[in-house]
Ligand binder design. Structure first.
Ligand code: CUA
Length: 318
């Protein structure tokens, strides 16, 4: 809670509280500087006004040296502190805590499509549990959009051709506004929605009640078969294709000598743009699924590939 809470929307996430603290801190510092400068300007104008008897001339040497060094060092230190404070907050916004619930968002002209790990799908709505870190993995089907939830002080561009991510941990239940904050065409201003924060038990019940049935990974498995991926990547396939069990998070050696970590973006590229990162030791036999697999299919496929890395215990628990 801060003195500006009446001016701004509720601080509904941990990130919101931190962002507001930075804002209020920088504002308070600016006000102090403003007051100091104002007092000096007005004071000097009065003291050294025309006709006053105030002593004029050279200052003692210590004033021009020590005071100069002192205030320069102090301002530098404060500027560096503000930089560290704000940038560490921004960096932590890109790395979700381990074990965060993963929700996928696909932006398009002009709607937000959301896919939950349970398999539930929704449009222009995002249901999420209270007090649990939620990682959003996002992409766009067409142009640049930006996922903006003012109550979370959270804004992340959503780009075509790659995944961007952000995360939040909601602090209070409720319904919050969702906007697109990147001009994306005719109905940009209508590209809005709501984030609904509910108690974890209610979220679990909501996710189970959705008609979409299978989990995202299971949907991905079905897509894996229907698009023919299993023809080459299946256990009994005759074609030499990279093995996919445990691929997520693995270090992969590429044909051009690079080594990359197989994250979500890597897996997405492997499906839609296989020429970009060809795995060392394999012929370029993989066709691009651009235009064949939609962004939502790709999200499901990636979820399936990630589930192949899950330890058996997690699988059994489902
Ligand atoms: Cu999407 Cu503006």
């Amino acid at each position: 809670m801060n003195p500006f809470s009446r001016l701004f929307s509720a601080e509904a996430s941990t990130g919101a509280a931190r962002t507001d603290a930075i804002f209020v801190g920088v504002l308070a510092f600016s006000v102090v500087i403003l007051l100091v400068v104002l007092v000096l300007v007005v004071g000097f104008a009065a003291i050294y006004r025309r006709g006053s008897k105030a002593r004029r001339g050279d200052l003692p040497a210590w004033v021009s040296r020590e005071v100069e060094i002192g205030w320069t060092a102090a301002t530098l230190f404060i500027a560096l502190f503000i930089f560290w404070w704000a940038s560490s907050a921004q960096f932590s916004q890109w790395t979700a805590p381990p074990g965060a619930l993963e929700i996928h968002v696909v932006g398009r002209q002009w709607m937000w499509k959301v896919q939950h790990p349970s398999g539930a799908r929704e449009i222009n709505m995002l249901h999420a549990p209270l007090g649990v870190p939620v990682r959003l993995v996002m992409t766009s089907q067409d142009v640049i959009h930006s996922f903006y939830v003012p109550a979370f002080r959270m804004k992340q561009d959503v780009l075509p051709g790659r995944y961007t991510e952000t995360w939040f941990k909601a602090l209070r239940p409720g319904t919050y506004d969702l906007y697109c904050s990147e001009y994306c065409g005719l109905d940009h201003s209508a590209m809005t929605g709501h984030v609904v924060i509910m108690a974890p038990a209610d979220y679990a019940r909501w996710a189970r009640a959705q008609p979409d049935g299978d989990s995202l990974a299971t949907q991905g498995q079905a897509t894996f078969v229907s698009l023919g991926c299993s023809g080459c990547h299946g256990v009994e396939a005759k074609v030499a294709a990279p093995p996919l069990t445990g691929v997520y998070g693995r270090r992969v050696a590429l044909a051009d000598g690079r080594r990359v970590t197989a994250d979500e973006t890597y897996l997405r590229d492997a499906i839609l743009d296989p020429a970009k990162n060809r795995v060392a030791g394999y012929a370029p036999a993989m066709p691009s699924y651009q235009g064949v697999a939609s962004e939502e299919d790709t999200v499901a496929l990636v979820a399936y590939l990630k589930s192949l890395s899950a330890p058996p215990a997690t699988e059994a628990a489902r």
